[in-house]
Ligand binder design. Structure first.
Ligand code: AKG
Ligand code: FE2
Length: 216
């Protein structure tokens, strides 16, 4: 490559990384699974706790200015197995152009966003000072959305941001039975949900599954 090619080559790299890969699959699990997930969440309402955040040197912290929602960190039982079975056959690493990992680690989080809940822009990775907290490096984030028919909520869109503030934000509705997959390093946010007075059972439920590589 001649010296004069460099500026153009550099700008290609920058535009290539401004938009990160994203895969959206509607009807990913089927209506029965979505309904089962909503029933499971409703039956376990008492086990949902205020969501926490991780930051350098702090493994878990309540920070309601950054993240406001409720999360269930217990065992999902057969729902987790059903989900993973479908994920394994879906070629999601390939769809995101990420090298698949042998024997990956999976982590689940079931969340409920209710009235006024949100998650400000963030990435799902841990680096340097907080890398050891999880015991694995997150590579792929999956979010699967479910809510009961007629759930009264507005907002709650997932917004994918370009890297370094570049590119156009991509706005994805949390449609029932929709899967969204993206590299865990991608900045994203959950816009505020509005559902004044709605019961827990009508929350915007999301099953997040992180797939990653175990730390050596
Ligand atoms: O619920 C969503 O749409 C995404 C949640 C999220 O970003 C997370 O749990 O890290
Ligand atoms: Fe996230």
């Amino acid at each position: 490559m001649s010296h004069s090619d460099e500026p153009e080559a550099a700008s290609k790299v920058k535009s290539a990384i401004a938009e990160v890969p994203l895969h959206v699959a509607d009807g990913f699990m089927g209506a029965n699974f979505a309904a089962d997930l909503c029933s499971f969440a409703a039956a376990n309402e008492a086990e949902f706790k205020r969501a926490v955040v991780t930051r350098p040197n702090v493994a878990r912290e309540l920070d309601l200015a950054t993240r406001r929602s409720f999360t269930f960190e217990g065992d999902l039982g057969e729902l987790g197995e059903r989900f993973l079975e479908r994920v394994r056959g879906a070629g999601l690493f390939e769809k995101l152009a990420i090298e698949p990992v042998e024997n990956p680690h999976h982590e689940f989080l079931l969340s409920a966003h209710r009235d006024d809940d949100f998650f400000t822009p963030h990435t799902d990775i841990t680096v340097s000072d907080n890398r050891s907290f999880l015991g694995y490096d997150r590579l792929v984030t999956l979010t699967y959305y479910a809510h009961v028919p007629g759930a009264r909520f507005a907002g709650g869109e997932l917004v994918m941001h370009g890297l370094f503030g570049r590119g156009e934000p991509r706005v994805i509705e949390p449609a029932n039975d929709r899967l969204v997959a993206f590299p865990s390093f991608a900045p994203h946010e959950v816009r505020k949900v509005a559902q004044p007075g709605a019961p827990f059972a009508e929350a915007r439920f999301a099953l997040t599954c992180w797939i990653g590589r175990k730390l050596a």
